[in-house]
Design a protein around this ligand. Structure first.
Ligand code: HEC
Length: 399
């Protein structure tokens, strides 16, 4: 019962995390598009940089953006910050509940690196904060003074982090760490730069002083970074359930690299479209190239196994023994593995027919990729994986 309650807590946290994330990303898309689409109007107050007309939900909206700030403090001012904060808070809680509380299952893979549980969790958590500080320094340094230079340096930093994570943690663990790092950088931008700078502007207005335009410019720079990071961060969270993306550390970091490039191109297409400029359609085929690259890389990353011509056929009895020994602790009606209330993803290997029916999935998870057993906690050997593969290739027969 306790395990089910625990799963409920995790589910409610995940639900909240996703909803907050939708609100955050939605407002990021909306405001970047709004900003890009503003049109100057000489009849308006000279301090107004531009205006936009929009129709939604049966009404017309007229929105104006002030170059720095209005001269007065508006009576009702809406702040956008809790979408970001709550996405991070619930996301981090989920990271702790799933990964940091079960590091040997989800975070560590001895085949990638043998690390101690006591080192893995603090290291993983600290790297999120460390990554934010390095990124923030980069933006504040001379590199950050020029957009192109900063974009290149930021990309190199992202790739370095991805390489490091995929060579230290399990595939799943590495991808979630990349996502958490990018998410932490994004929320750091809101917490440390965007909101404090907006507060400074408001304080200056209240004191009857002219706000420094640099505050707004800094906030805008970070807000644009966040906008470009939205697509990759969502990919890292979703791909976590697709073993072919992360299972091989030799290729997985490059798979993510391709996805980063494709995401930036697609975001760029939308951001130019919103300015009203003629969109550059070449960006779509340009984005398709790295996506195809990611697919090819993931295929190259799958383990190959060959069956010797003179090898004796693998009998089902042998397969059942392997599955009983290496998989059944988790994949059973009543799993014995601590912390599992029910069979993960409903996959159960209680009967021969179930094993036979799931042969293609076994092939994908335990033979072509080494995703299962998670963290290889049950210590399956390569010979056993090959035996499972040979049995499946020969038709997955029960006798
Ligand atoms: C430590 C517990 C554990 C062991 C041992 C284990 N699994 Fe899993 N398995 C899981 C969990 C947890 C998931 C769900 C992963 C997810 O949420 O994506 C899973 C998912 C799966 C899936 C579904 C994957 C998908 O995305 O559809 C298959 C198939 C699978 N396991 C096969 C195996 C096989 C075959 C073995 C033995 C060689 C094995 N598992 C051993 C915990 C385990």
């Amino acid at each position: 019962m306790l395990a089910t309650l625990f799963d409920w807590v995790a589910l409610v946290i995940r639900w909240t995390h996703v909803i907050a994330g939708i609100a955050w990303i939605g407002s990021s898309f909306y405001f970047i598009a709004l900003d890009a689409g503003l049109k100057a109007n000489p009849r308006l107050d000279p301090r107004v940089k531009g205006e936009a007309w929009q129709v939604h939900g049966g009404g017309f909206y007229q929105i104006q953006k002030f170059s720095v700030a209005p001269e007065f403090m508006p009576e009702h001012l809406t702040w956008f910050k809790w979408e970001a904060y709550s996405t991070w808070i619930f996301g981090f809680a989920l990271l702790v509940l799933t990964y940091y509380l079960h590091p040997s299952v989800y975070l560590i893979d001895p085949q990638v690196m043998k690390i101690d549980v006591a080192d893995a969790v603090p290291g993983a958590a600290a790297s999120l904060l460390g990554g934010w500080f390095i990124y923030d320094l980069l933006c504040r340094s001379w590199i950050g003074q020029e957009t192109k230079r900063l974009a290149i340096a930021g990309f190199i930093l992202l790739m370095a982090a991805t390489f490091a994570y995929t060579h230290i943690f399990s595939g799943r663990g590495a991808f979630i760490q990349v996502g958490a790092l990018v998410g932490t950088i994004m929320v750091g931008n809101v917490l440390v730069i965007i909101i404090p700078n907006q507060r400074k502007t408001v304080a200056a207005l209240l004191a009857g002083q002219a706000p420094d335009p640099i505050w707004g410019e800094q906030a805008k720079q970070r807000s644009v970074h966040n906008n470009y990071l939205t697509l990759p961060v969502v990919f890292t969270m979703l791909s976590n359930h697709y073993a072919f993306t992360f299972s091989n550390p030799k290729t997985s970091w490059l798979v993510l690299g391709c996805i980063f490039i494709a995401s930036f191109l697609v975001r760029h297409w939308f951001n130019t479209l919103h300015t009203g400029a003629k969109p550059d359609w070449r960006l779509w085929p340009a984005a398709a190239v790295p996506v195809v690259g990611a697919i090819v890389l993931s295929l190259l990353g799958q383990a190959s196994f060959t069956i010797a011509d003179n090898a004796a056929p693998v009998q089902f009895a042998e397969v059942q023994q392997i599955v009983d020994q290496r998989c059944h602790v988790c994949h059973a009606t009543k799993p014995q593995f601590p912390g599992f209330a029910e069979a993960p993803k409903g996959i159960m290997f209680d009967t021969p027919t179930e094993i036979q029916k799931l042969a293609p999935q076994i092939m994908a998870q335990a033979v072509k990729t080494h995703t299962m057993p998670l963290g290889n906690v049950t210590q399956i050997t390569d010979t056993e994986r090959a035996a499972l593969g040979a049995w499946i290739v020969a038709g997955a027969k029960l006798n």
